[in-house]
Design a protein around this ligand. Structure first.
Ligand code: NAD
Ligand code: INS
Length: 340
């Protein structure tokens, strides 16, 4: 069955997702778009075979032409759209973060539980990245024995002027927060943030940060968040276990040796580094939803838990203290099944 999708927020990642969903392998197509910037919505719709630009996200969700909704607007606008989609009984793929406060995320979880079925998927795309999947397979398969420590680095080439130090956690490190729960298979029980000497390339921004996370079984994780590295976009993760270590390999497809040097290209940005992950993520979501099955990817619960951890890290960012984390009980709707 063809899946007719409406996309709210057609900026950078909205347009990336549209490219994958319109005429996608499962027969999905984009039939409506909406954006706070009406001119942008009209321009994007104008490039698509059947899409209409609608004046608001609310009208898009209510439209009979739309089977499923993709929310790719700014984080603080996610909650009302996701709640409206759940109220309309429509599957909704929402980019990370699910919402920008844990209270907003809790309201989404409560609405979905009240609806009695899973409708929401969150765009934690690392779970679909082949390199991250291979890393998890090695850890789960016992290749390095019991994991003890994890070292991560999340490095952005640069960030826009409105980017704040809080976004280093809530918009950037939130990827690692979800990735680690998935990779290690444990909850995060404490967070502490350290501010390093400020890079002169980030203006007033406090950059970089070091985030220390403690997992329930004692695994310790350090995450470097640097958002002005300028040489490209770099994601690193190394797991140190009792009998060995495993790490993400360099993503460059080739290595060049010449004139006494070894070199390989660093991806320019997240679009290049994670292209395959978005391909897989959206194809699986569209196929599942088109088959009228509940989405199998990261759930509203995952989005909520990530936000609770992010909020704890933000508290630590303000005073440097270690913040212990206690999660509320998980509703039965989110008992793990086939989550990738
Ligand atoms: N998973 C990933 O790797 C990844 C990568 C990039 C962005 N994101 C997430 O995607 C979201 C969008 O990021 P982006 O980089 O595309 O931002 P962007 O600024 O390029 O695009 C956001 C769009 O949303 C529109 N918008 C803002 N408020 C709106 C509202 N109330 N209703 C409708 N449209 C509205 C803006 O006009 C803009 O066109 C963010 O939540 C971000 O964290 C995720
Ligand atoms: O929204 C983007 C996106 O999620 C990227 O994957 C991340 O590296 C950036 O820091 C963030 O701002």
């Amino acid at each position: 069955m063809a899946l007719d999708v409406g996309v709210i927020g057609v900026g950078m990642i909205g347009q990336e997702h549209i490219r994958r969903l319109d005429g996608g392998p499962g027969g999905s197509r984009v039939v409506a778009v909406a954006d706070a910037d009406a001119e942008r919505a009209a321009a994007v719709a104008g490039q698509l075979p059947v899409a209409k630009a609608l004046p608001t996200g609310e009208e898009l969700i209510a439209s009979d032409a739309v089977d499923a909704v993709v929310v790719t607007s700014w984080g603080p606008t996610h909650e009302p759209y996701v709640l409206a989609a759940v109220a309309a009984g429509k599957p909704v793929f929402c980019e990370k973060p699910l919402a920008t406060t844990q209270e907003s995320c809790r309201r989404i979880v409560e609405a979905e539980v009240a609806a009695g079925r899973r409708l929401v998927q969150v765009g934690f795309n690392r779970r679909y990245d082949p390199a991250h999947r291979a890393l998890k397979q090695a850890v789960d398969g016992g290749a390095i024995g019991a994991p003890l420590l994890v070292h991560c680095a999340h490095r952005n080439a640069s960030v826009p002027p409105h980017y704040t130090r809080e976004m280093s956690i809530a918009d950037t490190a939130i990827h690692e927060i979800d990735e680690l729960r998935w990779l290690v298979g444990q909850e995060i029980v404490a967070a502490q943030v350290f501010t390093a000497r400020k890079s002169s390339r980030g203006g007033q921004l406090q950059d970089p940060l070091l985030v220390l996370l403690e997992m329930a079984d004692g695994v310790l994780v350090d995450v470097e968040v640097s958002v002005n590295i300028h040489y490209g976009y770099e994601i690193r993760c190394e797991v140190s276990g009792e009998t060995g270590t495993v790490e993400l390999a360099e993503p460059a497809p080739v290595t060049i040796r010449r004139e006494g040097t070894v070199a390989g290209l660093v991806p320019a940005d997240w679009r290049e580094r994670f292209a395959l992950s978005y391909d897989i993520e959206l194809r699986e979501w569209a196929d599942t939803v088109a088959a009228a099955r509940p989405p199998q990817g990261p759930s509203a619960w995952d989005g909520y838990v990530a936000q609770i951890v992010s909020d704890a890290a933000l508290r630590s960012l303000s005073d440097g203290a270690r913040v212990a984390i206690e999660l509320p009980p998980r509703p039965d709707l989110y008992t793990p099944t086939a989550t990738p």
